[in-house]
Design a protein. Sequence first.
Length: 399
Amino acid sequence: MTTHKGTILITRHNDKLLALLIQDNQILAAQVIKSTEYAVGNIYVGKIQSISQNIGAAFLDLGGGYLTFLPLAEAQTAQLANRKPDGSLKVGDELLVQIAREPMKTKLAGVTTKLSLSGQYAVVSVKGKKQALGGVQVSSKLDTKTQARFRETEALAELAGRFHLIVRTNAGALAGIEPLVAEAQKLSDTLERILETGPSRTCYSCLYRREPDYITFIENTYRSEYDEVVTDLPEVYDTLSAFCGERAIALRRYEDNLLPLYKLYSVEARLEELTAKKVWLKSGGYLVIEPTEALISIDVNTGKYESGKEKEETFYRINREAAKMIALHLRARNLSGIILVDFINLKDKQQEQSILEYMRELLKQDPVPARALDITGLGLMELTRKKIAPSLAEQLRKG
C-alpha cells in the first residue's frame, strides 16, 4: 500500500451518494451512502415478536414491522424496559438494542444488546458480564510506545472504569492526548444517558441515530491516508463544516458546473474497474475475481508474459504484484468471508512462504480485520475478511 496521502470524495452520481477514498488514481475504499433510517449503529427500544430456540434467536420489531435478529446468547447484557432482567428473554419483552449488521439477501438485519458508540479516535461500549473493570484497550496497529502512553493516561483509565474503552488507530496521529480524551468523554456521557433514560422511553423509540454514513466513512479511514475531504454537495458541506473543523481536517467545496466532481475524478470508470471480473497488472498478468455464494475465488494469471530464462523469478514478482493488488481490491470492493487465491505455482517453497508473509503484512493495513491463514494442500492461499457490510457491487445494485 502506498504512503502518499489522498482525497476523500463525497459526491453524487447516478442518483447514488458516494463516499470514496482516492489515492494515486485508485479507489482504496468506497461506500454507497444510504438513509440513516434503520442504519447500522442506531439504537432503539425494540420488542420481541417471537423466539426460536432451535436457532437460538429472538426476532425483534423496531417499529413499523421492521424485523431484526438477536442471538439469545446476548440475554445476559440485555437492558429491559418492561421488567426486571433475569438473564432470559421472553416474547413481548421490550429492550434496548443496536443495529449491528445490515440485512443481506434473505437475512434480517442483526441487532445486539452490547451497545457501543464509535468516534474517530475511540470506541466505548457496555461491558459484558465477564469483562473486568478498568483497563484501556489500544489498537494493535499502533507501536508499543504509543500503546503504553494511552494505557497509562489517567483520564482514559477513569473512563474505562465506566465502559469498555478502545483507542483506535487514528489516535496515533494526534499531537496531544486532549482530543482523544474529549471524544471518549463525550461518547461515554452519551452512552450513559442512553442507558439511564432508554428504559423509560416508549417502545420503538429511536434512542440514538448515528451520523450520516459519510461521517462514519471519514472516521473509519486512517488519518494518514488523506489530506482533505472534497464535496460538491452544499448540504454535505454544511454538515461536515463543524465536524472537520473540530478535527482539523481540511474540507473543500468544489464549485465548477462545467466539470462535475465525479467526472474530474473519473468516478464512473473507476467504479467499473472495481466491479469488473478481470483486473490487469502492470506486469501483463491479471486477476480473475469471482464472488460465489460460499466464498470468493481469485485466480492469478501470467497473461501477456512470455516465457524466458528467468521464468521462476518472474512468476515470483507477478505473485507479489498480485498480492498487493488483491489486498487493495478486497478493501475497495469490500469483499469478505472466505477468500481463496490461486497464485502462480512456484517451485521454490521459500518463495511461496514469502508471498504468504507479504500478504499477511498487506492485510494488516486494512481497517477491517483480515488475515492470510495458510496455503492449502492444493496450493491455494486461504484468506478471511470480516463482513461488516455488503460488497460494493451489492451496494451499487441496491443503491
